[in-house]
Design a protein around this ligand. Structure first.
Ligand SMILES: NC(=O)C1=CN([C@@H]2O[C@H](COP(=O)(O)OP(=O)(O)OC[C@H]3O[C@@H](n4cnc5c(N)ncnc54)[C@H](OP(=O)(O)O)[C@@H]3O)[C@@H](O)[C@H]2O)C=CC1
Ligand SMILES: O=C(O)CCC(=O)C(=O)O
Length: 425
């Protein structure tokens, strides 16, 4: 077909290329028409803003802010906002497209978007981060909106930043608009269960995959890379279900204990120690942090950043199952090596979709002006992830493709149908 370009097989690729090469394989399997392929391969809108901020020392620093709307075919666009020094347009474009596929995989009525600011929040005061967040929100006044584009937390952001975004947007509009952003503090209309939702979805999809591979959670051994919102909750919830978590990590390094790490203790340590695991005594710091990926475990959960599993290191992975808590942790060029080794991968657009699922529930509650109990939120979210997992697993068998391509097939087929019904493009 005309749109099929050769998949880029290199040992370095940007996340957008990683995303595109999987999209192309799935599109080819489905025989997607050129017209739809061309609509989906490029984002609808890319906004880049300069944000001059007064720093605490009185100087002015100019930050780059991004918001990319990939698609709104299925509904208003949805996706987090990342604060990190590696934020760049290609990364945000890839993350926005992944949101489109993710929302379609879990069957929620949203398109995909993502935002980010190139900054290092660890080196900024709370006041500086607040001024930056408010400036970004004002700059995106015409982009955001509860029926247009709804931001949420991602790496480097959380309920605090979401509260500032909600407040700034509301001030600009002269009324309280809590449905404009999700992942808010509970008192401002946040949903019970959102804080742990992404890690919980990782846990549910991990248990679903373990069942297929006949891995007993009570005898399972797990390594988790990244100990932020996603990694720490995934580790805690899996440990609560009997798994032994032998390794965890953050930017300070990787920590190993062959008898299993007490995850609640590690979380308490991090929370009382400026959010770092440095000095945690419940495990031994590994000499080389990357070695966490190659431990002899049943399950590996990358929950930090993109491109950590590469064609150079994929062959060393011993886990039977990889559950992608992070977005894009596996480079496309590593897929074939992983597949040849017979490792099952629960791909990011399924494994970490619990977060956006509960964000959708938060938005629904805000619009209803009503609060659901934690039990209701968790029950519905678990059901959504389980159903999405089964759907993807069935496509994996039916098309004889890896789980990742099966997830793209589920997403693209749904968006293709919606596109045809809407027409008029
Ligand atoms: N939050 C959410 O709801 C969702 C997040 N995701 C994805 O999950 C991933 C993690 O996000 P989230 O947990 O929110 O982010 P956080 O900022 O809460 O945590 C990120 C974690 O990764 C660690 N980290 C960063 N770089 C490295 C590295 N090179 N090696 C080891 N650890 C590292 C950080 O360490 P340190 O704290 O020391 O910097 C921190 O522990 C991202 O890919 C994000 O897009 C996906 C769906 C939803
Ligand atoms: O909760 C949301 O709306 C989006 C979360 C997110 O950014 C993601 O799933 O990658």
């Amino acid at each position: 077909m005309a749109y099929i370009e050769p998949a880029p097989i290199k040992d370095h690729e940007n996340p957008f290329e990683s995303m595109m090469s999987r999209f192309i394989i799935a599109a080819e399997k489905l025989g997607l028409e050129d017209e739809v392929y061309n609509v989906l391969k490029s984002p609808d809108k890319q906004v880049l803003v300069s944000l001059p901020i007064t720093m605490d020392n009185g100087s002015i620093q100019v930050f780059e802010g991004y918001r990319v709307i990939h698609s709104n075919i299925l509904g208003p666009s949805k996706g987090g906002v990342r604060y990190d020094m590696d934020v760049n347009l290609d990364e945000v474009k890839a993350l926005a497209a992944w949101m489109t596929w993710k929302c379609a995989v879990v069957d929620i009525p949203y398109g995909g978007a993502k935002g980010g600011i190139k900054c290092d929040p660890r080196k900024m005061s709370a006041g500086e981060i607040e001024r930056l967040t408010r400036a970004y929100t004002t700059a995106m006044a015409e982009v955001f909106g509860p029926d247009r584009d709804i931001p949420a937390p991602d790496m480097g952001t959380g309920p605090r930043e979401m509260a500032w975004m909600m407040d700034e947007y509301s001030r600009n509009h002269g009324m309280t608009v809590n449905a404009v952003v999700t992942g808010k503090p509970i008192t401002l209309g946040g949903s019970l269960g959102r804080a742990e939702a992404t890690g919980r979805g990782v846990m549910i999809s991990c248990l679903s995959a373990m069942e297929k591979l006949q891995i007993n959670p009570y005898n399972s051994i797990i390594a988790v890379q990244g100990f932020g919102n996603v990694g720490s909750f995934a580790a805690l919830l899996l440990q609560e279900r009997g798994a032994k978590v032998v390794a965890i990590s953050d930017i300070s390094g990787s920590y190993y204990n062959e008898n299993g790490i007490n995850i609640q203790e590690a979380i308490d340590y991090r929370d009382n120690n400026e959010r770092t695991l440095e000095g945690f005594e419940g495990a031994t710091k590994m000499e080389d942090a990357e070695e966490l990926l190659f431990l002899d475990v049943d399950v590996l959960i990358p929950a930090a950043k993109e491109d950590v599993i590469t064609p150079k290191n994929a062959d060393r992975i011993q886990a039977r199952l990889i559950v992608e808590g992070a977005n894009g942790p596996t480079m496309a060029a590593a897929d074939e090596i992983i597949n040849k080794k017979g490792i099952m991968v629960v791909p990011d657009i399924l494994a970490n979709a619990g977060g956006v699922t509960v964000s959708y529930f938060e938005w629904v509650q805000n619009r209803l002006g009503y609060k659901w109990t934690r039990e209701r939120v968790n029950r519905r979210a678990d059901r959504t992830i389980r159903a999405a997992f089964e759907n993807v697993y069935n496509k994996h068998n039916r098309y004889n493709v890896p789980m990742r391509i099966a997830a793209y097939i589920v997403a693209i087929s749904k968006i293709n149908k919606a596109y045809k019904y809407r027409g008029g493009y």
